[in-house]
Write a protein that binds this ligand. Structure first.
Ligand SMILES: Cc1cc2nc3c(=O)[nH]c(=O)nc-3n(C[C@H](O)[C@H](O)[C@H](O)COP(=O)(O)OP(=O)(O)OC[C@H]3O[C@@H](n4cnc5c(N)ncnc54)[C@H](O)[C@@H]3O)c2cc1C
Length: 407
């Protein structure tokens, strides 16, 4: 592979290579299975079942769970590289894998009690798939506020709860074995006093309220549901959602989403490069005019890669220090990461389409980029960039300008 187009894994120093070669296994599944089924996953808007059967067979769903609980103990870098590798073949597969691992990270970092540890063992042993219900019909993309609330079940002695949520989007809800749900701490709590509730298939009932027929990311099957759940209070992660989001959910989400989008961008540039090479073969001794656009796409791809690697490093440096993880400068870095990569993925795909011309615009050539463009457009909407920028602009008003370049 050309070094300039190498994925995240190729940039890894040998000393931090993934255990048991997680990245190589994800790359094989992405290239051989996810890529083969990507056109019909997209066309039919169906779950990428073949890729997930392979991920289960390779035990790649539990890789981030600690080894003592039966998982692979993989680092965030390993998982980011796996998301990238899978998304190169099929963006929906990469995104589902990313969303699953984000939930795992929340459980691993914040689920300390016996119930959570036993669930992690079950996830690793059974290769269970985790989904997320943060978006609510009443609050839309404002996921830091909830209308639904955890209701203590007094009749059951006070150690049980019930919860009902109008979840307007739960990706792969039909395929999920466990769902992490945001809700107000209790019915009297303000909308921003949220907790994250872990419910398993035995605890919840889903009633479908809308179908996912979208422009792109069609294989994520992001249908809407009414979720009704009941369980024991131990299932609720103890840290407030505000802190849990700052320390884990938000940074891990933005790093893994960005890595998935990098996979879309990398595949688009690969196709553009193949097109330019085929043009060069047709007219030996000349550099095709389209090569300039390829250089532009490549430069933007490198930019994406650089900001993701910097963010992973920043996260690693901040890990273990709740003070750093909840600092405004860290939140700004992770917010701008998402906004930057979500814009760049679209720009890379657009430059790749310009490189290939009609061959990229058509749906029936080896250089087709329509699916990539449609998938890339979801990036700016997954928690709207304008919403994030408006939040960051408020933070900047109160943020001290004291942090060093490498903090
Ligand atoms: C592929 C995909 C998969 C998803 N999977 C899940 C899932 O599994 N679980 C889940 O819970 N959710 C999921 N979501 C939903 C996602 O997390 C967001 O909640 C959703 O994309 C936001 O939708 P919205 O644009 O309707 O909402 P809003 O964020 O309400 O935005 C509506 C519009 O208002 C603008 N806007 C909002 N606030 C501001 C502001 N302060 N300043 C300026 N403009 C603003 C936005 O930019 C946007 O144009 C998924 C979304 C996608 C695309």
């Amino acid at each position: 592979m050309n070094a300039a187009l190498a994925g995240l894994a190729e940039l890894t120093p040998a000393s931090v290579q993934a255990p048991a070669n997680i990245v190589a296994r994800a790359r094989a599944i992405g290239a051989e299975i996810a890529a083969r089924h990507a056109p019909d996953v997209d066309r039919d808007g169906r779950f990428p079942i073949e890729a997930f059967e392979a991920l289960r067979a390779e035990k790649l769903l539990g890789v981030m769970i600690p080894a003592e609980l039966g998982g692979g103990g993989a680092s965030l870098f390993d998982v980011a590289a796996a998301c990238h590798a899978l998304a190169r073949g099929c963006a929906a597969t990469g995104m589902i894998y990313a969303m699953h691992q984000i939930q795992i990270a929340c459980l691993v970092n914040h689920g300390g009690n016996g119930w959570h540890r036993e669930l992690m063992q079950r996830i690793a042993a059974g290769q269970l798939l985790l989904g997320s219900a943060t978006t609510e019909k009443e609050t839309g993309g404002d996921i830091r506020n909830s209308v639904c609330a955890v209701q203590a079940d007094q009749e059951a002695g006070g150690d049980r709860f019930t919860l009902a949520k109008n979840a307007s989007v739960i990706s792969y809800g039909d395929q999920s074995d466990v769902i992490l749900v945001t809700a107000r701490r209790n019915p009297d709590a303000p909308s921003s006093d949220q907790v994250l509730v872990v419910v398993t298939k035995d605890d919840y009932r889903l009633e479908k309220t809308s179908l996912w027929d979208a422009m792109g990311m069609r294989g994520t099957c992001s249908d809407g549901y009414r979720l009704e759940a009941a369980g024991v209070l131990d299932q609720i992660l103890p840290l407030s959602y505000a802190d849990l989001s700052a320390q884990t959910m938000l940074p891990v989400t933005h790093i893994l989403w960005s890595s998935t989008w990098l996979g879309i961008a990398a595949d688009a540039v690969s196709r553009a490069r193949a097109f330019v090479r085929s043009e060069a073969k047709r007219k030996p001794g000349t550099t095709p005019a389209s090569a300039v656009r390829l250089a532009e796409a490549t430069a933007k791809l490198q930019q994406m890669k650089a900001v993701i690697l910097a963010a992973i490093r920043q996260y690693e440096l901040a890990c273990g220090s709740p003070e750093r993880l909840t600092s405004l400068s860290f939140a700004t870095a992770m917010g701008t990461l998402k906004v930057t990569t979500s814009e760049l993925v679209r720009e890379v795909v657009e430059a790749s389409i310009r490189t290939c011309g009609l061959a990229g615009y058509r749906n029936d050539t080896p250089y087709s980029l329509g699916r990539h463009l449609r998938d890339a457009h979801s990036a700016a909407l997954m928690i709207g960039n304008d919403r994030i920028m408006s939040h960051i602009s408020t933070q900047l008003l109160v943020q001290r300008d004291g942090s060093g370049a490498f903090e």
